[in-house]
Write a protein that binds this ligand. Sequence first.
Ligand code: GLC
Length: 566
Amino acid sequence: MHETGSCVPSGGGDSWWRSAAIYQLYVRSFADGNGDGVGDLAGVRSCLAYLADLGVDAIWFNPWYPSPMSDAGYDISDYRGIEPVFGTLADADALISEAHAMGIRIIIDVVPNHASDQHPWFTAALAAGPGSAERDRFWFRPGRGPTGDEPPNNWQSIFGGPAWTRVTEPDGSPGEWYLHLFAPQQPDYNWGNADVRHEFEDVLRFWFGRGVDGIRIDSGALLTKDPRLPDVGLDEPPGPGHPFTDRDDVHDVYRSWRAVADEYPGRVLIGEIWLPDAARLARYVTAGELHTVFNFPYLSCPWDAAALRRVIEETLALNEPAGAPATWVLSNHDVDRIVSRYGRADTAFDLLRRRYFHNFPVDLALGTKRARAAALLTMALPGSVYIYQGEELGLWEVQDIPDDLRQDPIWRRTHGADPGRDGSRVPLPWSGTEPPFGFSPPGAVREPWLPQPKEWRDLTVEAESASDDSMLRLYRDALGIRRASAALGDGPMTWLPVADGGVLAFDRVPSAPGTSGGDADGGVRCVANLSASPVELPPHAAVLLTSGPLADDGLLPPDTTAWLSV
Ligand code: GLC
């Protein structure tokens, strides 16, 4: 038995993750316990009851490890500790136990593609010099050209600029270059090196042993590289021949990780795998590899019935052969907040086009209405669902952060052409009518690390808890019904015929009779109207929940979703 400390929640058994509602918690911006303007674990512990009330089954924490914070913690200098600004390992242990006692499971983020340039392995590699065993854990290569002052190949950083940085050797001479697919402060590991493989298996055991229930694997398709490091065509799609994306040998890594996870009952591995090709994506959830992968096609999909239906069908088809549950994600810390995205003329999300989107006008009322409808659609689909903190409050993308306060390396590395991701990471508003809206305690010595819009006074947890028609109330009600119903979460779904192509309608019927005796026990019929006109509700016994008021004649208005009992 590997468990230390906390009792594990029993809800959902070992397969809890197949139906779970998972709250993505961005520690920096959730709640500040000590008044330094940055969220921390003390803040999280004081707000666990909020998450229990909201009705989530698990929390996924963005990286909480010691980090120089060149990429908000995705540059880790110690995989077995807690960032001092966030707290201590003892705080994490206490948090895990307290969450478990409330029936909430804990998922953490592991970043295996790259280290921090302050990680002891990397500083040792710099000191040890060319050809050393220390350098072999990363990708060091001589430069090209007569003096070696050109990068070893043409790869570009995902954050902008070249993917190589030249080092100064211990003797002071200009030296080798190292690979970083993200910022220069994030050197890529060499997964061909046995130390790297052993180290990460040990890191998994370290956290599973502390009671962590799941691992979100950062940049999961990028780990392995073609050791010849060939140039790559700028438009070359990912695939088996690609030198650093979705290579076949990355699956060896996940087979070994799965063997580690299987030593601990009820643990889950979740891949952050951005791939356009559904068939390639499906390979990550085949037997003996990851349990689930994030649904980025759904997250990127425009607010359009035909496009959504296509993505939903493709998602189910992708997961079905492996018997893996689908995941449904509307937003996260890397993408524009959903309320803003749905309030623009172009409602799709595209990482590469973010720089243009931010110049488009946003209709917040329309975006909010659609986000409410999308929330009910999403929570009715079969599988697990992710809620990015603040989504339950209807927060919008903050597009007017002053340049000198922006923190995202994407902003700097593209020289401001891409606004980056800070706008989705602004600290949560909890209470009161003025910033910091209860994010920091009274008498805090610093302002929140990113400024909060003053209009968020209407979107605080306090204000929304007092209102019957707030986004928060909708999320609480929906999650409550979803948890009580044997029909929702994992299981089958059946499309209903619709007269209007702008409508999505489907049934969720329990495979086994429910035990809760709730209204939704016979099944839930979900109808989302994405068309421009009101539509009739299909036959039903009762209306369980709607994302907005029905019309006086009982019709379902545009951009509205209803859950019906059948
Ligand atoms: C993932 C993370 C993102 C981070 C990047 C590099 O995409 O979600 O926030 O910047 O990996 O680690």
